[in-house]
Design a protein around this ligand. Sequence first.
Ligand code: BGC
Length: 762
Amino acid sequence: MKKTYLLFVALMAFSYTAIAQTVAATAKMNQFIDQLMQKMTLDEKIGQLNLLTPGGGIPTGSVVSTDVETKIKKGQVGGLFGVIGADKVLQAQRLAVEKSRLHIPLIFGSDVIHGHKTTFPIPLGLACSWDTTLIKQTARAAAEEATADGLSWAFSPMVDICRDPRWGRIAEGAGEDAFLGSAIAGAMVRGYQQNNLRQDNTVMACVKHFALYGAAEGGRDYNTVDMSRIRMYNEYLPPYKAAIDAGVGSVMSSFNVIDDIPATGNRWLLTDLLRKQWQFNGFVVSDYTSVNEMEAHGLGNLQQVSALALKAGLDMDMVGEGFLTTLKKSLQQGKVILNDINTACRRILEAKYKLGLFENPYRNVSSERAAVILSPDHLALSRKAAAKACVLLKNNHNVLPLQRKGTIALVGPLADSRRNMLGTWSVAGDWHKAITLKEGMEKLAADQVKIIYAKGANISDDTLFNHKVNVFGPEIEMGTASSDAMIQEAVAAAQKADVVVAALGEAADMSGESSSRADIGLPESQQKLLKALVQTGKPVVIVLFNGRPLTLVKESQMATAILDAWFGGTEAGNGIADVLFGVENPSGKLTASFPYSVGQIPVYYNHLNTGRPYVLGGPTKFKSDYLDIPNAPLFPFGYGLSYTRFLYSPITLSDTILKNGTTIHAMVKVTNSGNYDGEELVQLYLRDEVASISRPVKMLKGFQKIVLKKGETKTVDFPIQVDALKFYNSRLEPVAEPGKYEVMIGTNSDVVQTASFTFNNR
Ligand code: BGC
């Protein structure tokens, strides 16, 4: 008793000291900024709200900044992005610190999306590891490299929930589920920021795109979003909120409208929700020219939309210079007030202060830390991540892992395509340094296996399509050989081999920004190749490179095995080879459903029930189904095979009644009954059977990755508390409603054990 009391007193004293320190630090910051702002002219304050890019990164809008040097010297720039490399950052920072009147340092940002120079798998692939420790490590490594390269601000994590794989930017996020998305958002923010922005190897994160950008109609980029509040709160907003709760320093507004008002000028979103409800106290930056784009949305001229954005709660204007060129006039005309400008300016200065830039504007430009860039540790992490991202979709006759003997025909346009290994949005990544699948396989097994390579097909033969995809260089290369000749060569290789490995899929920029596709199947050239390969009678293993779920009905029937490798990053080829040859046992599980056909979209596991649900095998007339395709996706959320087999016991519940403050333990025994050691991702889903609103047929509420040796059994225990039952009701209040809940635990969202309990709130 005495001991507990003493511990309690010590804890209280500790938290009191911590609070006192924070209050003192905040007071010191406020005083510093007050003094600085007193010296600032109106123009200088507006200058802080201006984010420019002098080029060097990827210009995603029609404007690229001009006269950047002059503007920096005049105090008309708050930050820069697209300037990569410590020497370049140093040069630009000198202009601000030495040549501008008040010497205010710039903040340097960049799209550090999945790694910096060491590139990790695209976020959708990395999410398939469901490994938040690994994901955090990749964010940490990215922050170390980015800071060594002069940067202090990462435009990541991208947490837009997406249920429409036509949208190319699904590649940049964690998939379709808000629970998983929230866990990943938090892990990434913590990895980047380490709860200490002053460290010389942390960057300020920027959660994006706020909000709902992943729900663009028709999957067409930048398109309209229209969504009920209840869906927003329950299904789309949680990952942004998780990033805020993890302490993210900045938020990027999205391109889309919400309630017909563009996010960038949406006061409900940027002020009522973000600041008042969620207590966010960092700064908000627009997306690339998204202030100006409000003109095209029909909200007025540049002066009007800039004032609208500022008043809505936007602090920094990316590239479009609407703030820089119109806010003064708006102030004179009473369209904005000085306090609006002061507030935004203060938030930017606070970010710079928190990053320690006033103390040391050159904190990230010393060459001493350059050795972390592409260090052996980071490359090893990239290799591991590339392997952990792989999802085994099919594996008939245990054709995988490949045996290290005999002959392998390695064919397909992505088998030896260095340029495509990094995937979309790898701004600082150098594709020349990437490892191809061919190299990875040869390095691992060439002394034991004969590997015959043939390209077999172009990624696509459609020249107009290829022209659009190839904006950043020839990702889709059209050789001189005819498609028939390429196929013949591949077939000849297959005939000499014991097994065919076909590297098929998308070019890196067939997904990503402005890369929507209406047909998300394999291009015809590759389908033809696959057919010819299968006709040889040899087992065909597809290694899939893709930035989105694809429609693969025919392919999944034809191929013996399919390994989805996404775009694995710098070490892609090595990581995939590890999986193909069994050095790593695949353990990835899908985080976005693979539709049966485009007509099913949106297809996602946590849908509501209809009043006329179709029951598999039951009557179909007047039921909610299709005449021509199944309701179920081809591969569901959470799906992924292993080289071994896992058996699940029925669920044991520690209790069947849950009350406020109590915990139910839902447990299963999982046995590795196959022939390999392996990792299994055990998933917990709940269903609220009766509620005041219709609730999803199942919702992910927990996941644990366990390592099981061959023959081993482990008990997996999911503690369930009332928090897991909470949702937003019609009044948008978070509630847990009494009644019956179904518990489901399984290997994917479709194959589960079930049990049930009652929540009694009395
Ligand atoms: C993208 C953002 C990105 C920005 C800066 C925009 O087009 O939507 O995700 O951070 O460009 O490169």
